[in-house]
Design a protein around this ligand. Structure first.
Ligand code: HEM
Length: 494
């Protein structure tokens, strides 16, 4: 299970590193590997997190961590201060009702095409994450970029003037972000950098390994595709277009001349792929694994979906009634948050409130300990530890249990749920992800029963649910928390 991700009430790390070793605190300081900072802080309590996420001046984003993502242009993720405010103001309207409805429609279309492809026979899916990534990529391609593709069309011929099919480009760019971060920008063929260096068009660097070369081509191709898309919309008109890129081109501030430049549109559209594809796909993969392991919870969800829909298919208007479906998605995000820590920085000498840690039963380790104020010197790296907050027994009863219905309690602890971060810089795509996930989960659960593929991962007699979860939902951590081995079977319900 994800216990390794949990905060363990701070005890384990605290013994080794903590500045507050007597009582146990939900903020711990560890020796920083990043010179010249003597410490960095890991924060596991929503009280401290609210202070940090609520003040962008005192706690900005450490932009140097994101500089490689400016490849195509500045964007929401790579900016701070007034520039960020401007991006957010102009991008925000593109994530409202028009696009969200479009997310629903496109997701339903893609999942139904997948069902047609599956037919009647049970589907053995070696690693369910590959499946959810395929679905989420088609959704992002249609909704963010305005390129509708059909399920299974990924291998269709590439368009004239391109070395790569659009969806291969999206997939490779999305998967090779780490490679992108590791190698210098000129490898990647940013058009302006290439021109400055006299490198010409698409990179053809024979000395690069085939993976790097393929990725370099994909990064350069994506830029060409996005430029073409903007030109198409400029000449063919973008009024009434429902894709996010079209809406970004149309967006104006209070003053009609306040528009995003072509580079800004390209930079932001790329960042939706970066921020919105694998995050959603991984959380859905974890959820399908959790449901396969817990047939009772799967049955409860199936019954809930049937009670809302009866014999008919889900429609957009069902969203608010399918609340246990959203609860299941949230529970997966709580247990396996793809964004494991959210980096911030203290922009000034300042303080944050810190809370005493609690034991597994939710009672305070040191009953006499009171919340206190912690001084933080300017420049201290701070990490909001999502998994630690999500397992903090002060807020979550029985935190290791998979219980979607906990989110039906009107009093569920919203402040202790931060998979999308919090405050003004919280995820702009949250509703996008929630609607996409609700459509996928409702459709899949309504029509298919999900089980662990026993041929690939045989059960062990007497094994506990926790141990089984650890085997099925083993994780790796690169940029995101990733399920590494989750073989499942989807069997059509009669
Ligand atoms: C389950 C799915 C998702 C999760 C868990 C998630 C998580 C997050 C988190 C934790 C942040 C804050 C990161 C930070 O400050 O370092 C964030 C920001 C962001 N997300 Fe998401 N996200 C998801 C889906 C999406 C989708 C579908 C999109 C777009 C289509 C998207 C676009 C963005 C953008 C543009 C930002 C930057 C916002 C800003 O700084 O103003 N995300 N997301």
């Amino acid at each position: 299970m994800a216990r390794i991700l949990s905060f363990d009430n701070g005890q384990k790390w605290e013994k080794k590193y903590s500045l507050f070793s007597d009582a146990g605190w939900d903020v711990i300081a560890i020796a920083s590997p990043l010179w010249p900072n003597p410490i960095e802080l890991m924060v596991a309590d929503p009280v401290s997190i609210k202070t940090i996420t609520g003040n962008r001046i005192l706690f900005p984003k450490p932009l140097e961590l994101y500089s490689a993502l400016t490849l195509y242009g500045t964007n929401l993720v790579t900016t701070e201060g007034n520039l960020w405010s401007r991006h957010r103001r102009l991008v925000n309207p593109s994530f409202q009702e028009t696009s969200i409805r479009y997310v629903w429609e496109q997701t339903v279309r893609i999942v139904n095409e997948m069902f047609d492809d599956w037919g009647e026979s049970p589907q053995h899916v070696n690693n369910v994450c590959a499946l959810t990534k395929d679905i989420a990529l088609l959704v992002i391609g249609a909704v963010a970029f305005g390129r509708k593709a059909n399920w299974g069309s990924q291998s269709s011929p590439r368009p004239e003037g391109h070395e790569m099919h659009f969806h291969d480009t999206l997939r490779i760019v999305s998967e090779k972000v780490l490679l992108r971060l590791a190698l210098p920008p000129w490898v990647w063929g940013n058009k302006e950098t290439r021109e400055r260096m006299g490198l010409g068009g698409i990179p053809s660097k024979g000395w690069l390994g085939s993976t790097v070369k393929e990725a370099a081509i994909a990064f350069a191709e994506l830029e060409l595709y996005m430029e073409e898309m903007i030109d198409e919309r400029t000449t063919g008109g973008f009024e009434g277009r429902r894709d996010i890129m079209g809406q970004l081109m149309n967006a104006t501030g209070e003053d009609a001349s306040d528009r995003l430049s072509k580079r800004d549109v390209i930079g932001n559209t790329y960042i939706f792929l970066f921020a919105g594809h694998e995050t959603t796909a991984h959380s859905l993969a974890f959820l399908f694994g959790l449901l396969a392991l817990d047939q009772d919870e799967q049955e409860a969800l199936y019954n809930h979906i049937n009670s809302v829909l009866g014999d008919r298919e889900p429609v957009y208007e069902d969203l608010s009634s399918l609340n246990l479906v959203l609860g299941a998605f949230y529970e997966s995000l709580r247990l396996y948050s793809p964004v494991m820590n959210i980096p911030k920085l203290s922009g000034h000498d300042t303080t944050i409130p810190v809370m005493p840690a609690v034991k597994d039963d939710g009672t305070q380790m040191d009953p006499s300990a009171k919340p206190k104020s912690l001084f933080i010197p300017k420049g201290t790296p701070i990490y909001l530890y999502t998994s630690a907050v999500h397992y903090n027994p002060r807020y979550w009863k029985d935190p290791y249990a998979f219980r979607p219905a906990r989110f039906l309690d009107p009093e569920w602890p919203r402040e202790a749920f931060i998979p999308f971060s919090a405050g003004p810089r919280a995820c702009i795509g949250r509703r996008f992800a929630e609607v996409e996930a609700t459509a996928i989960i409702s459709l899949v659960l309504k029509h298919y029963k999900i089980t662990v593929d026993e041929a690939r991962l045989p059960s062990i007699p007497g094994e506990s649910v926790v141990a089984q979860r650890e085997r099925l939902l083993g994780t790796s951590q690169d940029l995101l928390l990733t399920p590494t081995n989750c073989p499942l079977v989807f069997t059509k319900r009669q």
